[in-house]
Design a protein around this ligand. Structure first.
Ligand SMILES: Nc1nc2c(ncn2[C@@H]2O[C@H](COP(=O)(O)OP(=O)(O)OP(=O)(O)O)[C@@H](O)[C@H]2O)c(=O)[nH]1
Ligand SMILES: [Mg+2]
Length: 321
């Protein structure tokens, strides 16, 4: 299924039904009392997070949602029927935005978020009966259901993000560490969408996200970078994948950090490890002195992968799921 991480939807909640204005009519009862029932509430629109979904593709295909109105009240104090609520399924990790305001987000499976409230049903006239007014001659109108145009933005939920320049071997690394089959190619921008893989042991489930390559200027929208950097905003750890066979591997390290800094300071604060990949292409493997923990691996041949996996499974910054 196509990966879609942004969608605009319109939602219209049902209007409330009108209250009824009615008086009882019965044989032998000359002046019956007021008996107009209440209008039903209109149906509301909710979002519900569903862990089985990974994309907003469905919303792209079907962007309009509305619920039924409440029925009007009737005589004999009969209330109108409520409009049924609807729940739109979305993947966990979405943020809902209305213009410039964030309305809310859904992170966990089955969590729900009200996005358009149904109108209230109006009260029927019998409700207005009082000691001073035994024959109220008015009933309320139902209120209108909310109508909104909303932007839904998906920020994938993953524990670890794989970031690096195009072709550094991120997808190959994901495939080597997990059972994922992320597309690999000897050209830049093979990976066009984030791709998830999972590391699992008895205690933890660690979700790793393979990202499209980032290039200089990614934070300004160059390459594919910007639109995807937000998917790593929620990770606990970043793995910077660097092709050690490149002429100046440390320049790659610098430029990734520069993009992080320009995107948002938050990315820079995240714990990270460095993976120097493609050691199989080197006769001698240089060792760099960096602040971060570094691994020297060959994702293609499998060298050093087990050590990296063991480290990640024991890394405290990665929360158990
Ligand atoms: N020799 C060698 N080649 C590797 C290694 N890892 C990846 N490659 C090759 O490098 C090329 C790019 O690999 P990918 O895994 O697609 O790289 P990527 O970082 O995901 O690339 P983008 O998705 O385009 O950003 C492919 O031809 C891989 O076979 C490695 O450890 N050694
Ligand atoms: Mg890739």
């Amino acid at each position: 299924m196509k990966f879609v991480d942004q969608a605009t939807i319109t939602v219209k909640a049902g209007d409330g039904g009108n209250g009824c204005l009615s008086f009882r009519r019965e044989k032998f009862v000359p002046r019956g009392g007021p008996d107009g029932g209440d209008g039903g509430d209109g149906g509301s629109v909710y979002l519900r997070a569903d862990k089985h979904l990974q994309t907003l593709y469905d919303l792209k295909v079907k962007p309009h949602y509305k619920t039924r109105r409440g029925s009007h009240g009737k005589g004999k104090r009969m209330s109108g029927k409520r409009g049924t609520d609807i729940y739109i399924r979305v993947p966990p990790g979405i943020v809902v935005v209305n213009g410039k305001n964030t309305i809310g987000e859904l992170l966990n499976h089955n969590e729900t978020l009200l996005i358009a409230r149904g109108g209230k049903g109006g009260r029927g006239n019998y409700r207005f009966t009082s000691s001073t007014n035994r024959a109220p001659d008015h009933a309320e109108q139902g209120t209108r259901g909310e109508e909104k145009k909303l932007q839904i933005i998906l920020k994938l939920i993953s524990d670890i993000g794989l970031v690096g320049l195009p072709n550094s071997g991120k997808s190959t690394l994901l495939n080597a560490m997990t059972r994922a089959r992320s597309k690999v190619g000897d050209y830049p921008f093979t990976t066009l969408n984030p791709h998830l893989g999972m590391l699992r042991d008895d205690y933890k489930r660690i979700i790793i996200a393979d990202m499209p390559g980032i290039i200089e200027g990614a934070h300004q929208g160059r390459g594919l970078g910007l639109q995807f950097l937000r998917h790593i905003e929620r990770t606990n750890l970043l793995i910077l994948v660097i092709d050690i066979s490149a002429p100046q591997p440390l320049n790659h390290y610098e430029s990734i950090l520069e993009e992080f800094k320009n995107y948002s300071g938050e990315l820079l604060k995240k714990p990270r490890v460095i993976v120097f990949n493609k050691v199989d292409l080197m006769n001698t493997v240089p060792e760099f002195t960096l602040e971060e923990k570094a691994f020297y691996v060959s994702a293609l041949k499998g060298h050093g992968i087990q050590e990296l996996v063991t480290y990640l499974k024991h890394e405290d910054t990665i929360k158990a799921r």
